[in-house]
Design a protein around this ligand. Structure first.
Ligand SMILES: *Cc1c(COP(=O)(O)O)cnc(C)c1O
Length: 494
């Protein structure tokens, strides 16, 4: 390739007319995809093993293919989150205007780190962040920002907690104090990971057992605090889950907040999934006490229908958000009132970051904030209704009545041991995955295998989920003979 032709290739790549034409084709393709998936006409997932999938795309790279063909190929080999029969992991069905906002962001590529690299999006981020703060019930002292994912947001919040509550300046001097954080044993693994990154180790991660409702047993906070003190561990924070990931149950935030206040601890709430209930007039009560939290994480890409990743990290006292990554321990006192809200890199782990606020702003402009109330309330309502259906079904067992749109249940058959039941449920889940008619996941609870669904699509109806139960029953009838002979009937007597 000579210099001249390379030059032409480069210029061609930016041809606005080509972009216009391809862009129209892509939007048509996506609109068709949306139409098909929300009507449940296609499969949720066209299953290939990871090895088959890899081979497919390796071979495909050298093949002649139009961009339109490539894009439909990608759609056919991707999971259809908008599908009514998608009820797997907690990723929201993107509202189309938010996807369009993303396309705009992708093309103009304003990198946000400092104000001039995203003037509109920096201001927009502040507008939507303040809106969330008000919805939490925070006063004017609060502030926050948007960052890439709940995992990073939790790490950032815990760093802020350490800065605020430790007697030493770990940022400058390194770890020379034994610190601890108390968190439910059911909390998302990213909290554990964040604390290990921060050097807390096993002893500093104080897991509080859950009660029979799978929410943190707040009665045990006091004795765990005292036990940590005796071991020379300075507890700096308690993290509540709203809700926890596996079972979708909310911790008692009011009790946790009161405990933190009494002992002068940082109160963090991981509301990655269910913090969005601040918008639901019917389910807001699940977040009672949230306004006491020093920091709150809410993923908009879970229950507020933005593209991944869009995570709000909010602080009751905005000064903490400016102190987290600041070298100067005196910063809080020397520069109060003089924060540069518009230079986000000062407060986030990220330097360059996506124009995430624009997605959220576009949803509000197009549909109003009521859409969040409508969505959260509808999904949580369906969760409760489905739990009742499971309870009345002789072949299924409900783990517990749900707080949210996350429901754990399993298929049962008389005279089967726990081990055989676990095998049977795991086999069924694999069949469901490979069939691709529905998408659900599984989880281990107290050593046993349960189906776990998150009702994420606004198009999932109770009838859809009744069909799921019917379908699982049929699969089980087909598979039973096999599972029975696999275990040779031996387990049944255990
Ligand atoms: C999903 C989830 C996370 C992780 O958030 P990401 O955005 O996936 O990084 C953390 N905590 C809870 C409770 C979650 O549900």
């Amino acid at each position: 390739m000579n210099f001249h032709s390379m030059n032409n290739q480069l210029k061609n790549a930016y041809n606005p007319e080509t972009f216009r034409a391809l862009g129209h084709e892509l939007i048509d393709l996506l609109a068709n995809h949306l139409e098909q998936t929300i009507n449940g006409k296609s499969k949720v997932i066209n299953w290939k093993t990871p090895t088959e999938q890899l081979r497919y795309w390796q071979d495909n790279l050298g093949k002649e293919q139009s961009l339109k063909e490539l894009f439909s190929d990608i759609l056919n080999n991707s999971t259809a989150i908008h599908h009514p029969k998608y009820a797997g992991h907690q990723v929201g069905a993107t509202v189309p205007v938010a996807a369009l906002a993303d396309l705009l962001g992708a093309l103009i590529n304003n990198g946000m780190a400092i104000y001039e690299m995203g003037a509109a999006s920096s201001a927009i981020e502040k507008v939507v962040t303040e809106l969330i703060c008000r919805q939490i019930g925070y006063d004017n002292e609060s502030d926050g920002f948007i960052t890439s994912g709940g995992s990073l947001a939790n790490l950032t919040a815990l760093l802020a907690a350490r800065k605020a509550k430790s007697d030493k300046d770990t940022w400058m001097e390194g770890n020379n104090e034994k610190l601890g954080v108390m968190v439910s044993s059911e909390a998302h693994y990213c909290i554990d990971r964040a604390l290990r990154i921060m050097g807390f180790g096993n002893k500093g991660i104080i897991k509080i057992p859950v009660n029979k409702n799978f929410s943190m047993n707040t009665d045990l906070l006091e004795e765990n605090l005292q036990a940590a003190l005796k071991q020379g561990i300075k507890v700096i924070a308690v993290a509540g889950s709203a809700p926890s990931t596996a079972t979708g149950m909310y911790d008692n935030l009011l009790e946790t907040g009161r405990f933190c206040k009494k002992h002068n601890l940082w109160f963090h709430v991981d509301g990655a999934h269910g913090g969005a209930a601040i918008f639901s007039s019917k389910y807001r009560h699940l977040l009672h006490g949230l306004e006491m939290a020093d920091s709150v994480v809410i993923d908009a890409h879970k229950m507020m229908m933005t593209p991944v990743l869009t995570t709000f990290l909010l602080f009751k006292n905005k000064n903490h958000s400016y102190a987290t990554f600041n070298q100067n321990a005196q910063y809080l006192f020397s520069q109060q009132g003089d924060e540069e809200w518009y230079n986000y890199a000062k407060r986030t782990f990220e330097c360059t970051k996506l124009m995430m606020g624009v997605r959220f702003y576009a949803i509000i402009k197009a549909h109003g904030t009521n859409i969040f109330d409508e969505f959260v309330t509808r999904q949580y309502d369906i969760g409760r209704a489905f739990a009742k259906v499971i309870n009345q079904h002789p072949a299924f067992e409900l783990l517990l009545p749900p707080d949210s749109n996350i429901i754990c249940f399993r298929y049962r058959r008389k005279n089967l041991s726990e081990k055989s039941l676990n095998n049977l449920n795991a086999t069924l889940r694999q069949r469901i995955l490979e069939d691709g008619k529905f998408y659900i996941v599984q989880t281990q609870i107290a050593g046993n295998t349960w189906f776990r669904i998150s009702i994420m699509s606004p198009f999932t109806e109770i009838a859809t989920l009744e069909e799921l139960l019917q379908y699982i029953t049929e699969l089980a009838d087909n598979d039973y003979a096999q599972v029975d002979s696999d275990t040779n009937g031996k387990d049944d007597k255990c």
